[in-house]
Design a protein around this ligand. Structure first.
Ligand SMILES: [Zn+2]
Length: 150
């Protein structure tokens, strides 16, 4: 037992700063996007009450538009909470390490996929396993006789 060795001591300072930079930049991007969208939704909402005489078809289309907007905002909000989570893990120095093999996940990979929890090799291995599963599942459900022509 070598006692408490915090991962933070192991993480190079430069890497910590770099990863934090990536996450905070992403956070700012999403924040301003969400704020922009919220303004759009409010503006649209005001417009539709002024018009007031939209026929049912049009107004239901408007609802779908709003729903899409809100769904998008909700998605962004979820991403934000993921970023906060990642920042917390960064403080604990558990962020940026492969979940499977414990190796550092490359900065390039984290820049493209900030929530990656596996290194490239482990992710590829996992995807291959999933593909095999999907093929097997498809074989299993083939007897259901899918009909996509609505
Ligand atoms: Zn790995």
């Amino acid at each position: 037992m070598s006692g408490q060795q915090t991962a933070k001591d192991n993480m190079k300072r430069g890497r910590y700063d770099e990863l934090k930079g990536i996450l905070e930049e992403r956070r700012r991007e999403i924040m301003s996007e969400v704020q922009g969208r919220m303004r759009d939704v409010r503006a649209e909402g005001a417009g539709s009450t002024v018009q007031g005489v939209l026929d049912a078809a049009e107004s239901s289309e408007m609802d779908i538009q709003d729903e899409i907007e809100f769904a998008l905002i909700q998605m962004k909000a979820e991403t934000l909470s993921k970023i906060d989570e990642a920042l917390r893990r960064l403080e604990e120095a558990t962020y940026g390490y492969c979940f499977e093999c414990g190796e550092e996940i490359s900065e390039r990979r984290l820049r493209a996929l900030p929530f990656a929890v596996r290194c490239k090799d482990c992710e590829e291995a996992r995807e291959m396993a999933q593909q095999r599963e999907r093929i097997q599942a498809r074989r299993g459900s083939a007897t259901l006789g899918f009909d996509m022509r609505g």
